[in-house]
Each structure stands twice: as C-alpha cells, then as structure tokens.
Write a protein that binds this ligand. Structure first.
Ligand code: UDP
Ligand code: MG
Length: 331
C-alpha cells in the first residue's frame, strides 16, 4: 500500500472536442508537451494520457484524433455516437478515464484555459486535495458582454442555492476516487461544475488567466449560455419554486387587503370602477401566473427526463483495444 502511494500518479487529460479541426492540430502538441514536462518534473507517471472525446463532430475532428493516436501513444480518443453537448462529452471522458488513472484534468481543446495551471493542480493533488478547481483570475480577454453575463450567472446561481465556485467552468482536476463516488450520481441533467462540490472531498482552487480561443469559433452563443444557466439552476436547486410560493403568498395577502378595501368602498358608495387599474392588475396576475407555471413546468420536464433514465453518453468508437471492456460503452 505504501509503495502504491509513493509512485507518481497517472494523469489523464480529458478534452471534449466538437468541430475543432481548426484548433486541434495546434493545441494537441501543446498538451503532449505539458504531459512530457510534468513527467520530467517528476510530478506524474509516464503512463499518463491525453484523451480526446469527439462529441459527434461533423468535420474532420475524429480523423485528426485518429492520426494523433497513431502518431504518439500518449494520445487516445473516444467518440460519442452523436453530438450530446459539452457536459455529456466531459462525463463520457471522465467515466472512461477513471478506470485507468489516478487523476483526471478536464479542459477545453481551444487553448483558452492556461495549461500551465496544471502544474499547480497536480501539486495540490500531491498535497492531498482530491478536487482542484481552475478559476479564471481575470476576464480581460472576454468581451464586455460575455463578462457581464457570465458574472451575473455565477451570482444568480449562488443566490438560487447552487453551490458553484465563482468563475470556475470545467477546467478541473478530479481524482479517480472522487470519480468513483461521482459515478453514483445518475442524473441525466448534467451540470458538472455544480455537482462536484456536492461530492465533497478536500478541494481547492488554482487561479489562471483565460486566453482567447486559438482558432475556430465558440460553440456557446447566448442562447446556449442561457440554456446552461437555466439547466444549472433548475437541476441543482428548487429555490425558484420556493420563491414562487413566497411570491404567491405575498400576492394573496395583497389581494385579500384589496378585497376588503373594495367591499368597504362598495358600502361607502365610493366604488367607481377604474378601468386602468383593473387592466393592470389582470395583466400583472396573468403574467405572474404564466411565469409560475413556466418555472414549475421546467421542473416537471426535468423530472420527466430523469424518470426515463436514458444513457448520458454512448461511446461508439475508441482508438485503442481493450479486451476487458465491451466495444460499446454506455453510461
Ligand atoms: N464542445 C463539445 N460539444 C458541444 C459544444 C462544445 O464537446 O456540443 C466542446 C468544445 O469543443 C470545446 C469546449 O466544449 O472544447 C468548450 O466549447 P467552446 O470553446 O465553444 O465554448 P466557450 O469557451 O466559448 O464557452
Ligand atoms: Mg472555448
């Protein structure tokens, strides 16, 4: 056991890729260089690997991953059977990696996250942390709009009762021990950055400056970001329903006062019905009701998806043979 603890940890870097043919040939050698340097520095084992997860790309991404895997044994690839989105791709990679390694680091493939933060992440792991969150120290390279929307997103998340690490996306080190525990979280509505804090274990943060995308385009337009925010809140917290209940009570109380007031006005002979106030109240209540139904509907929809228990990822191809494992991996 002592022997086991002393050896260098095997690191698997998990990289989701969707239509990244422009950026992959540039960043892949950078990841390889990083692994080599970490190995030379005596921080990780030479058994460490770089695992690309092709998320149903429509361009040449999978071909590029295939030729990378042929060119160097450190490169590996798995392919999802179709595009399932970033969170599912990361999950597929992490769940595959956990059986082969001691630690994983998930990172985007576009070079925006500073790979040099990995040194500190691994050191923190060696010091006893099981989860190390990569946190953006500044957002100079983001547009004003992205910065404001992203920061309000983190604030809103925390206000809504979801524990997220401020300015942390999906660049993080997670030990296979944590992933083993995490594999018991079966939910299909994935919001990984909010789920890992729930698993517990000793964790810390490492700060880094975020760069601009090296090539290619972002796959997260505003609509997708809003979707992620909504998913994040509703899959992690029921506070919005509470808020609606609270608001409903408040409106009911005000209505009750309104009723007494209108009856009193009737008997005092001062009941001249105001059309504008009627319309305002009607519109207001109608709007609030629709909003309330919408929010509750969001939860009903989530429950619906959860009860189906559909697989969260289906791995259709791998760049390596593994006699112990079935060809298709579903989880
Ligand atoms: N990605 C993915 N599936 C998708 C969309 C994106 O695997 O459906 C990957 C993408 O290849 C990248 C990462 O998720 O490695 C983050 O995407 P992107 O850089 O476009 O987002 P941004 O950094 O602009 O928020
Ligand atoms: Mg990016």
């Amino acid at each position: 056991m002592k022997e086991m603890e002393k050896r260098h940890p095997v690191l698997w870097i998990v990289i989701p890729c969707y239509n990244e043919q422009a950026v992959l040939p540039i960043t892949a050698p950078m990841f390889l260089e990083k692994i080599t340097q970490l190995t030379q520095d005596g921080l990780i084992s030479d058994e460490s690997r770089i695992l690309f997860v092709n998320d149903g790309s429509k361009d040449k991404t999978w071909e590029i991953i295939g030729s990378l895997a042929e060119s160097d044994p450190h490169f590996l690839g798995i392919a999802q059977s179709r595009n399932r989105g970033h969170q599912n791709a990361v999950l597929a990679g992490l769940m595959t990696a956990k059986d082969y390694c001691d630690i994983t680091i998930s990172i985007d493939c576009d070079g925006q996250d500073d790979i040099n933060a990995m040194d500190e992440m691994v050191k923190q792991y060696l010091d006893g942390c099981e989860i190390v969150y990569g946190v953006r120290s500044r957002r100079d390279t983001d547009t004003w709009f992205k910065r404001v929307t992203a920061e309000s997103f983190y604030k809103l998340m925390n206000d809504m009762g979801t524990e997220v690490v401020y300015n942390h996306a999906d660049y993080r080190l997670v030990s296979s021990r944590v992933l083993q525990a995490f594999s018991d979280y079966h939910e299909v509505n994935l919001f990984l950055r909010g789920m890992f804090p729930l698993v517990g274990f000793k964790s810390t943060s490492v700060f880094y400056a975020r760069h601009e995308r090296i090539a290619g385009e972002s796959h997260y337009p505003l609509s997708k970001m809003l979707g992620l925010a909504l998913d994040g809140i509703t899959s992690m917290s029921t506070k919005p329903i509470r808020l609606i209940t609270g608001f409903g009570c408040l409106v009911a109380l005000i209505s009750f006062i309104g009723v007494i007031w209108s009856i009193a006005a009737h008997f005092m002979g001062a009941a001249v019905a105001g059309w504008s106030s009627m319309v305002c109240i009607l519109c207001f209540l109608g709007g609030i009701q629709l909003l309330g139904i919408g929010v509750i509907g969001e939860y009903v929809g989530k429950t619906y998806m959860e009860t189906k228990k559909r697989p969260r990822y289906i791995i259709s191809e791998k760049t390596w043979d593994d006699p112990d494992k079935k060809d298709m991996l579903i989880g």
